[in-house]
Design a protein around this ligand. Structure first.
Ligand code: COA
Length: 188
């Protein structure tokens, strides 16, 4: 729904596009993705270019961009949980190995575009795509404090904390608490 608030920010839902990110368009979006990743996440939450490429180019992944014109406003990335065995949360998750869960790795919106519903739209579209592509759940990690907006958004979409992990980021920023969550998806 087009709201006055969104028009006041100068973008309309018609002008924001939400294309899938994949191996076909990774090269096109690589630079702006790496730029936003470095601008927005503190170093301990940044993924390497190789990790981002691996997630986006995974044929079973669900990654989307928010694009206005040729400008990247945000993105959300996800790939099967099995790829994240080295990450606390997925590492201990008994669901890993069943090939039924999508791990939501990164979600961000450029500060210029925040508070206009883009983050919610990205997540709703990712969840719907995951559901229709056969996943039974979406899981992920949110840092308490720095990712409070994301945690509120995820809980409003059905996320429930299943594991609280302390002192995983180890970057001197408090709180150093990671919330690992599951979000059950209804059958397609
Ligand atoms: C989290 C983030 C993606 C939200 O993007 P956004 O486009 O501003 O979000 P939306 O406008 O769609 O708002 C969605 C919800 O987020 C929450 N939210 C947004 N801004 C918030 C804020 N400043 N404080 C608290 N909650 C906030 C609200 O629950 C909001 O709910 P509503 O839809 O009922 O209003 C964005 O804040 C961001 O990029 N944060 C930095 C990166 C990060 O930490 N990502 C999560 C870690 S993976």
């Amino acid at each position: 729904m087009l709201t006055e608030g969104r028009l006041a920010f100068g973008f309309s839902e018609q002008s924001m596009q939400y294309p899938r990110l994949n191996a076909q368009n990774w090269a096109q979006w690589r630079e702006p993705i790496l730029l936003l990743e470095a601008q927005i996440y503190e170093p301990s939450r940044q993924d390497t270019p190789e990790t981002l490429e691996g997630i986006i180019c995974d044929g079973h992944g669900v990654s989307l961009a928010a694009v206005e014109g040729d400008r990247l406003a945000g993105f959300c990335l996800g790939a099967p949980l099995e790829h994240f065995a080295h990450v606390r949360g997925p590492a201990e998750d008994p669901v890993r190995g069943s090939a039924t869960a999508l791990y939501a790795a990164d979600t961000l919106v450029d500060a210029h575009y925040r508070g206009q519903g883009i983050g919610r739209e990205l997540k709703v579209r990712q969840i719907e795509a995951a559901r229709s592509e056969g996943f039974k759940s979406v899981c992920g990690r949110n840092r308490a404090g720095l990712a409070n907006a994301m945690w509120r958004l995820n809980t409003s979409l059905g996320a429930r904390a299943v594991h609280i992990i302390e002192k995983d980021y180890q970057d001197g920023i408090e709180p150093d608490i990671c919330i690992y969550y599951h979000m059950a998806l209804p059958k397609p």
